[in-house]
Design a protein around this ligand. Structure first.
Ligand SMILES: Cc1cc2nc3c(=O)[nH]c(=O)nc-3n(C[C@H](O)[C@H](O)[C@H](O)COP(=O)(O)OP(=O)(O)OC[C@H]3O[C@@H](n4cnc5c(N)ncnc54)[C@H](O)[C@@H]3O)c2cc1C
Length: 469
């Protein structure tokens, strides 16, 4: 047989670990190709720190070609997979089409923002799933505080200084916790901002923050958020979003120009497009991460419904920890399918969870030991440094600088509201005009994209949305 060709779609936690482990196991005896729209692995758990200006964006990325030298990186997004012909079709960053043949396929395309049919949300909210969204939020929040400072109208000033986060899972909780610190720092010690009090609201229909985690973590996070001044409203969500604010399910209308949508994620639509059995949009696999009836196809991470052997009848949750460990098992099982080693089922032990709440605070339960305050903060940061596959020194350096210097509150304005719509299948990429011509009509007051804007892979039709406010 000629050299085995293994194609991995997606270079997130699951895909990166599969490629890394396979590369070690194969020792040059197989062609391993990684298809991903970006040339980096994104360490998503630190994204709230990018939005809060603690970490510069490149810190949370790890170069794929720099850290996986024996893996061929193909830049692009798969738009169709022909399972019978064993071919992955993709579109590259400059619009070019390509095809990859495989003997083994790993689907690790992750997840995208989850939408709910609530009027106005698709138009006025922004998700928090990718680097462009984090950069947009950092700039947008900074701009709101600056515009509020210049406003003579107290009502408009209050609206600009009100930030609504929907979804109190780990993402929304971290965004609100860091956000309050970030905006407080912007108004503190600024004579023209005396009396301004930025207000962050955290909403969820659940009855507690971090509803999916241990109750003790919830209590810690709840206490920190409230002490910090975050308006935590459980059992409450958004009924309607408008240009001027949001109508809550309890009937209150909140004037705001910021709605951050952290209600969760859904599997990448690529999973659904395959016509294979699904479980809530995730590709059903067996405990060996194989797609039933397709022995050459494996799936792992958020895009796969992996049976949870510790909790029979359920599937492993969408977390980085599972995706990372599944990637390793997936690589071993692919090697075993070529006769190298024995295949194994995916089993896991609960190692606990860490939630960074900004400053020196966190909520963590490593190995079941509940921690709060500074101890949790230290464990959380140590955990992230250990878990990142690269760039650790730069991250640690940014943390050090943030501890000793005031945070930089400047907005570069490089990512505009219309380029990070909530309804997108590619949160990792900011929208750009297709073919050099603006497919998007920027909203009033925003400059039209210039002709020198590079074309990029735009999988869905661009739609204009309400502009930055
Ligand atoms: C802000 C945030 C904070 C989080 N914090 C934590 C945390 O603290 N702890 C934790 O355990 N989990 C956390 N998570 C969840 C965790 O990040 C995910 O569960 C994890 O990333 C899933 O890994 P994955 O490999 O399945 O998907 P991803 O890491 O999302 O990677 C998917 C990759 O596939 C690529 N891709 C998508 N579609 C295509 C396509 N059509 N063709 C080619 N490539 C494609 C994407 O660009 C991406 O690179 C967080 C998530 C977010 C958004």
């Amino acid at each position: 047989m000629s050299r085995p060709r293994i194609v991995i779609v997606g270079a997130g936690f699951a895909g990166y670990r599969t490629a890394q482990t396979l590369s070690r196991l194969a020792r040059g005896r197989a062609d391993i190709t990684l298809l991903n729209p970006t040339d980096y692995f994104l360490y998503l758990p630190l994204l709230p720190q990018v939005a809060a200006g603690i970490l510069e964006p490149r810190r949370v990325t790890v170069s794929l070609s720099g850290t996986l030298p024996h893996v061929k990186l193909v830049l692009g997004e798969s738009d169709r997979i022909d399972l019978d012909a064993r071919q992955v079709h993709y579109t590259g960053p400059e619009g070019e089409a390509g095809t990859l043949d495989y003997n083994r396929l790993v689907l690790a395309a992750g997840s995208v923002n989850k939408l709910l049919p609530i009027p106005g949300v698709a138009e006025h909210a922004h998700g928090f799933r990718g680097l462009p969204e984090a950069l947009y939020l950092r700039d947008h929040v900074t701009r709101q505080v600056e515009l509020a400072t210049a406003s003579d109208d107290p009502k408009r000033c209050a609206a600009r200084c009100t930030f609504v986060v929907v979804g109190a899972g780990y993402t929304g909780t971290e965004v609100a916790a860091h956000g309050q610190l970030f905006t407080d720092a912007q108004v503190d010690r600024h004579p023209m901002r005396t009396g301004m009090r930025p207000r962050w609201l955290l909403l969820d229909i659940a009855d507690r923050v971090l509803p999916e985690l241990d109750e003790r973590l919830s209590r810690t996070a709840d206490t920190v958020l409230r002490e910090r001044g975050v308006d935590v409203r459980m059992g409450t969500s958004v009924k309607e979003a408008t240009h001027d604010g949001v109508l809550l399910t309890d009937g209150e209308f909140v004037d705001t120009h910021t709605l951050v949508w952290c209600v969760g994620v859904r599997p990448d639509p690529l999973a659904e497009s395959l016509g294979l059995p699904l479980e809530r949009g995730r590709l059903l696999v067996d405990p060996h991460l194989r797609v039933p009836g397709r022995p050459e196809v494996f799936a792992c991470g958020d895009a796969a419904a992996v049976p949870d052997l510790e909790k029979p009848g359920s599937y492993t949750p969408m977390t980085a920890q599972h995706a990372w460990r599944q990637g390793k098992v997936c690589a071993h099982n692919i090697a075993a399918s070529f006769g190298d080693g024995r295949r194994r089922a995916y089993r896991h032990k609960d190692m606990g969870f860490v939630v960074d709440l900004g400053g020196v605070k966190a909520a963590a339960n490593p190995l079941g030991v509940n921690l709060s305050g500074v101890a949790a903060g230290a464990v959380t940061r140590g955990y992230h440094l250990a878990a990142m596959p690269g760039n650790r020194v730069r991250v640690a350096a940014d943390w050090f600088l943030d501890a000793v210097l005031p945070r930089q509150a400047v907005q570069l304005g490089l990512v505009r509201s219309w380029s990070v719509p909530l309804d997108t299948a590619s949160p990792e990429l900011a929208r750009v005009p297709a073919g050099g011509r603006p497919a998007v009509t920027p909203p009033p007051g925003q400059p039209a994209p210039g002709p020198d804007v590079a074309p990029g892979p735009v999988r869905r039709t661009d739609r204009p949305t309400e502009g930055d406010s």
